[in-house]
Design a protein around this ligand. Structure first.
Ligand code: CNA
Length: 375
């Protein structure tokens, strides 16, 4: 990983700025020090609960599941030289990852909440899924260090390619080509492939971690440079919080580093609870639910035991009514067939339906459909 801090981890060090190395102490620090320049550095782990796999998690990560693309090296799918030769594997994957298919996670909404509170200086993301935008974080607060699916252009003449055409092509699993017939170059989303430079916005913002008064690193293995060096650019004495499944990138080595190891969504919920923002966070997440009916159903109070019993009794009563009607009608049909007078009994178990079938088709099975003349 080449991280200079990883060799000097000291978890037992007493914090210098925080009261303790806990999320509660971080919340206190935010309130008491008027923290308002929080910088986030995130990766694929904040989107896994949306259903988008990360790269490197064993078994579940994309690299472990690219067999269907038949690549020698899974990384080839994001290699610009390979793409020029064979863009199809990338577009097969793009179809899976394309924005619009996934809902932002509660971790994305946490970033939006920090913005709403006026505390967000910058959100650095390695993700290409645009879910922070979808959660409502404004574009000027986001640095998409590895680009995103938000825009696309021809890799030869660099002419932008229209969004709606791109969407159609990706959904159809087709490779898009430049609209200029003279060029006809391959079109690629503005995501950064191996062998391509990072966007200028990333380089222009590299001084921001040094201005931060709090740093939050979430859902990243910090294994791709130069992004991986960002947390080291935070000033000494500025608390850094790691919310991740595993410990990475030397986080924990400074006295004011706080580790929240585990799921990102659970981590941000703990953070929000410590700040007293639980309800606001859940409300923001609810706003991202695309199906209002599902939203209503989720919000509807569960029926009480009495209500459930009443429902069950009503259902059973109507079943019995329906059975009685069918049985009475069937009995009458048999009597008519045998030339007997109308029965006064209400419920009769019929002995057999044989004999009626040949002469009356399936009327004995569906008595309510029998012609009026037979009544
Ligand atoms: P990575 O190398 O796959 O690492 C992901 C990290 O997140 C690992 O440390 C995991 O343990 C951790 N993690 C996974 N799920 C969770 C979870 N639910 N809660 C907490 N931690 C979790 O991914 P990086 O982002 O570090 O690598 C950078 C690559 C990944 C960038 O170039 C991205 O473009 C690329 N990528 C992006 C997406 C996306 O846009 N959603 C998906 C897959 C890969």
């Amino acid at each position: 990983m080449g991280n200079e801090e990883s060799s000097m981890v000291d978890e037992s060090a007493h914090p210098s700025v925080l009261e303790a190395r806990t999320v509660q102490a971080v919340a206190k620090y935010i309130k008491e020090h008027n923290v308002n320049k929080i910088v986030l550095m995130v990766g694929a782990g904040i989107s896994t609960s949306a259903g988008i796999p990360d790269f490197r998690s064993p078994d579940t990560g994309l690299y472990a599941n690219l067999a269907f693309l038949d690549l020698e090296e899974p990384e080839d799918v994001f290699d610009i030289s390979f793409f020029r030769e064979n863009p199809k594997p990338f577009y097969a994957l793009a179809r899976e990852l394309y924005p619009g298919r996934y809902r932002p996670t509660i971790a994305h909404c946490f970033v939006k909440l920090l913005h709403n509170k006026g505390l967000l200086l910058k959100h650095f993301t390695q993700n290409i899924d645009c879910l922070e935008r979808q959660a409502g974080v404004p574009g000027d607060k986001i640095i998409e260090a590895h680009g995103s699916f938000a825009t696309q252009r021809c890799i030869e003449c660099k002419t932008p390619f229209p969004d709606n055409e791109m969407q159609k092509k990706v959904q159809a699993g087709e490779v898009p080509y430049c609209n200029d017939p003279q060029c006809n170059g391959l079109v690629k989303p503005d995501i950064v492939f191996f062998g391509e430079p990072l966007p200028s916005s990333f380089h222009d913002s590299r001084d921001l971690p040094g201005q931060a008064d709090l740093c939050i690193v979430m859902g990243t293995s910090l294994s791709v440079q130069p992004f991986a060096s960002l947390p080291q650019l935070c000033s000494p004495g500025v608390p850094r919080v790691l919310i991740n499944m595993e410990r990475i990138g030397g986080l924990g080595s400074r006295p004011d580093d706080v580790l929240l190891l585990g799921d990102c969504d659970a981590g941000v919920r703990k953070f929000a609870k410590a700040m007293g923002w639980e309800e606001e966070l859940e409300a923001l997440w609810e706003e991202t639910n695309p199906d209002p009916q599902a939203r209503e159903a989720e919000n509807a109070p569960l029926p009480t035991r009495d209500e459930r019993l009443r429902e069950e009794v009503t259902r059973l009563t109507s079943d019995v009514d329906r059975t009685l009607q069918l049985t009475n009608a069937y009995e009458q049909r048999v009597r008519d067939h045998l030339g007997e007078p109308k029965s006064s009994q209400t419920v009769t178990m019929s002995s057999s339906s044989e004999g009626t079938e040949s002469s009356e088709g399936l009327a004995h099975v569906f008595p309510h459909l029998a012609p009026e003349s037979r009544q």
